[in-house]
Design a protein around this ligand. Structure first.
Ligand SMILES: Nc1ncnc2c1ncn2[C@@H]1O[C@H](COP(=O)(O)OP(=O)(O)OP(=O)(O)O)[C@@H](O)[C@H]1O
Ligand SMILES: [Mg+2]
Length: 352
């Protein structure tokens, strides 16, 4: 656990970058620091590994004040990942990843085999290990940066906007990868971003900072979206707050109709405006409207009880039927969420 106790950072020119910050980053969780540019995120992060020293207050690592630990020792237990990875340009990828093990005096063979193992872990082809950083894409470099930070298996990871320099698709995959890694590694992670969507996706807890380095709110993402502490936080969360909240509303209670599916060869007429054509093994084919044998309309799916209401709503909007197709754990059709059922669930979500 990382604990900030009334931590203040005043730079030499008098700028107060962080002002009496109290914060806990629990062991094994991802704590995200989010806020506008200049609000003191990087400063806060760097005080943890003493790249910057606090002016007042204490930062404790599992109860031990970091100010009492000499920086090289401290940093051995703390991985650090920055934007654009910050790789050493003249070292091969494998040697970049093995940087800390080399510093720790591991023998070269062991350090390199650890590096190879980590490259695989972060989803990189081991063949890339012999290249130099400039021979990798931005997203690949970012993965190498994560691998390097993990090399000596530190319990703590500090990440400062690690994914901001890559395009949205690569960024999404890096975020997914981080969550997957974290589910295996259970590191104590402090993650800095100015992107609220990233904060909500990655954070077990999200600390919203305002300029001047003051904590505006610390909450889990669901609470943050449902109950912003003040106007600043509300504005920072943006206009889609209501829609975003649906990510945290389960589809478990969503009422499904099972009488709206028909087999592919069905010729039966029905008073229903929309019928879902389903294969013999339960896969959806398309929506039938009117007479059998006509052209089928596209459908959208969600996994019942697993995906959120946001996904279900998205599925409904992808089809001219306005209905969402619910799949079970095996990907077979479990039923159909009609507009009425979605409506009821939305009304319930809006209720709180
Ligand atoms: N060495 C320094 N001397 C004086 N002021 C500084 C110094 N480093 C940072 N600051 C100021 O401290 C404040 C916080 O800076 P910091 O880099 O922590 O912000 P940040 O939240 O990480 O911003 P960004 O999102 O733009 O990265 C800013 O006003 C910045 O100008
Ligand atoms: Mg910064």
């Amino acid at each position: 656990m990382i604990t900030f106790e009334s931590v203040t950072k005043r730079y030499a020119d008098g700028t107060v970058a962080v002002d009496h910050l109290d914060l806990e980053a629990p062991t094994g969780e991802i704590t995200v620091l989010v806020g506008p540019s200049g609000c003191g995120k990087t400063t806060s992060l760097r005080m943890i590994n003493r790249m910057i020293d606090a002016s007042e207050g204490r930062i404790l690592l599992d109860g031990v004040p970091v100010q009492g630990i000499d920086p090289p020792t401290l940093r051995r237990g703390i991985g650090y990942v920055i934007q654009q990875a910050g790789l050493f340009p003249h070292r091969k990828i494998v040697d970049n990843v093995a940087t800390v093990p080399y510093l720790l005096g591991w023998d070269r063979k062991k350090a390199r085999s650890r590096a190879m193992e980590l490259l695989e872990r972060v989803g990189l082809d081991p063949a890339l290990s012999q290249r130099y950083p400039f021979q990798l894409s931005g997203g690949q470099q970012q993965r190498v940066g994560v691998a390097r930070a993990l090399a000596a298996d530190p319990p703590v990871l500090l990440m400062d906007e690690p994914f901001s320099a890559v395009d949205p698709i690569v960024r999404t995959s890096l975020q997914d990868e981080l969550l997957r890694l974290q589910s295996e590694l259970n590191k104590t992670i402090v993650f800095v971003t100015h992107d609220i969507d990233e904060a909500i996706k990655l954070g077990d807890r999200v600390a919203v900072l305002r300029v001047g380095g003051k904590l505006a709110q610390l909450a889990d993402p669901k609470t943050l979206l449902a109950a912003p502490a003040d106007d600043f936080v509300q504005e920072f969360l943006g206009h889609d707050r209501g829609i975003r909240r649906l990510q945290f509303v389960s589809t478990e209670g969503l009422r499904l109709r099972t009488d709206l599916t028909v087999p592919e060869d069905s010729t039966a007429a029905s008073p229903e405006p929309w019928l879902l054509v389903v294969t013999g093994d339960g896969s959806p084919v398309g929506w039938r409207t009117g007479e059998p044998g006509g052209e089928l309309e596209p459908f959208g799916t969600f996994r019942h009880g697993h995906d959120s209401m946001r996904t279900a709503l998205d599925a409904a909007l992808l089809s001219p039927s306005g209905y969402a197709v619910a799949l079970d754990a095996d990907g077979k059709v479990a039923g159909v969420a009609t507009r009425q059922a979605l409506d009821e669930a939305l009304a319930e979500a809006a209720d709180g």
